[in-house]
Ligand binder design. Structure first.
Ligand code: UDX
Length: 447
């Protein structure tokens, strides 16, 4: 009989995983403790913007006309325990307030609630990004809490999905990593992932700590690549070099690779910044802090970029104060194809300029509602053209395709001064310059 799957936590990761599991043919039950989320998901609505996710949900959510009915949602832990053979824990592990460490309270609460309801040889699979050592601790807790005589077991299966590509990354992962302690657990997970493995996704079997570390080290490597190229951008700025050309040239070396070498205002979002900080905190607890001191530098190079963008804007406005200056900001989300504004470099820059007296107007294709909630005092406009109206300088801070496709001639008619600062190195300098703009980008000559 086919495995029955539950997904605990229906946020970004959980909602995508649940829909993907249904797409792979399993009966799936998703649980969340937030009633509004469950109501939305039952209607086939997604609480965030993610390309293709709503379509996938609507294809499978029970009760929606024409759906397979394989995907249902509940708030009842007993129902989840009764239903599932494999339970994926997909809850959030945010950064603790005022600390580097990550907050494990949602993961712990999920285990406490789920474990007493497990039955039979259920497999609980952790997917959340956690400090190394958590799986070991949670396995012991599971053994204590599961009903007597039931042999519930834990596995760890980190998730590598990227916002904006979540559906594809889940259905066709670059790799599947499973930390297991028994052949049975491995066999069950091989069954879950039969289809992606058949389509070529490598299946890597490890112990618990390695599985946990694969995730944090992968994110640390990505963060390092971005901060590396941003450090090179700083040197290019000082020496008159061009970081975009430099990235292209070093990227031809296959050992380096072309990806994740776009210099600009740096990384943000709900993962990279908090994951490298939590990793440093955990290494400290383990007495291995020296091994990760370089991540402190990666973090500070990254955070510095935001201030440098503000200074670039000040300089473009003639130096001095932002008071009375109109600054248009294109982009609010931490990356394109997402409505996520968590730790967004774009909003951070917009916020700093606003606090220094600049009259900031922001436009983003999908992030407006979240941005307004987080920064209600910034100015907002309904389109790029509206945002730049009367602007003394235009800042391009999130590289949406919509912005690359803007016609600089049309925009040029709306602004006070044709000055664009590209914080993402994503616009075509020639196109903007031909339309009479002063184009400047981080780490590139002013021309
Ligand atoms: C990341 C990891 O990529 C993913 O594997 C993991 O599961 C979760 O964390 P995500 O947070 O969606 O995914 O964003 P990502 O695409 O990695 O981008 C992170 C940030 O880096 C964005 O703010 C982006 O603008 C920035 N970035 C990315 C750069 O500044 N330059 C680059 O070259 C690439």
């Amino acid at each position: 009989m086919a495995l029955k799957i539950t997904v605990i936590g229906t946020g970004y990761l959980g909602a995508t995983h649940a829909a993907a599991m249904a797409e792979l043919g399993f009966e799936v039950l998703g649980l969340d403790v937030v009633a509004e989320k469950i109501d939305m998901l039952r209607r086939g609505e997604v609480p965030m913007y993610e390309p293709g996710l709503e379509e996938l949900l609507r294809k499978h959510v029970a009760g929606i006309e024409g759906s397979t009915g394989r995907l249902r949602f509940t708030m009842d832990w007993a129902e989840v325990g009764e239903f599932g053979d494999v339970h994926f824990v997909c809850v959030n592990t945010p950064q603790k307030h005022g600390e580097y460490a990550c907050d494990m309270s949602y993961v712990d609460a999920a285990f406490e609630s789920l474990a007493p309801h497990l039955h039979g040889a259920a497999l609980v699979v952790g997917k959340s990004t956690v400090p190394v050592g958590s799986a070991e601790r949670l396995a012991a807790r599971l053994a204590e809490l599961a009903p007597a005589g039931e042999d519930a077991e834990l596995a760890w299966n980190p998730e590598f999905l990227r916002e904006g590509f979540a559906v594809n990354d889940t259905l066709h992962p670059d790799r599947i990593v499973v930390g297991v302690r028994s052949e049975r657990a491995e066999k069950l997970l091989r069954e879950v992932y039969t289809t992606p493995v058949a389509k070529g996704s490598p299946f890597v079997v490890t112990d618990f700590p390695t599985a946990e570390l694969v995730k944090t080290s992968a994110n640390s490597f990505l963060a390092t690549k971005i901060s590396f190229i941003n450090a090179m951008a700083e040197v290019c700025e000082a020496a008159g070099g061009d970081v975009a050309k430099l990235a292209e040239a070093i990227g031809h070396d296959e050992r380096i690779g072309k990806k994740f070498l776009r210099a600009g205002i740096g990384f943000g979002g709900g993962c990279l910044p908090k994951d490298i900080r939590a990793f440093m905190a955990r290494a400290g607890e383990l007495g291995a802090d020296q091994a990760l001191t370089f991540l402190r530098e990666i973090d500070s190079i990254n955070m510095r970029r935001r201030g440098q963008m503000v200074e670039m804007a000040r300089e473009a406005l003639g130096g001095g104060s932002f008071l009375g200056k109109r600054v248009a900001v294109l982009g609010a989300t931490f990356k394109p194809d997402s409505d996520d504004v968590r730790d967004s470099p774009a909003l951070n820059v917009a916020g700093q300029i606003h606090l220094q007296g600049g009259q900031v107007t922001v436009y983003d294709p999908k992030g407006m509602a979240n941005a307004k909630r987080l920064f209600p005092t910034l100015g907002y406009a309904g389109s790029a053209v509206e945002a730049v109206r009367g602007a003394d300088v235009v800042l391009h801070l999130t590289e949406w395709r919509e912005f690359r496709e803007l016609d600089p001639t049309v925009l040029g008619e709306a602004v006070t001064a044709r000055v664009v600062l590209d914080g993402r190195n994503a616009l075509d300098p020639e196109v903007w310059r031909r339309a009479g703009w002063t184009y400047r980008a981080m780490g590139r000559p002013t021309a």
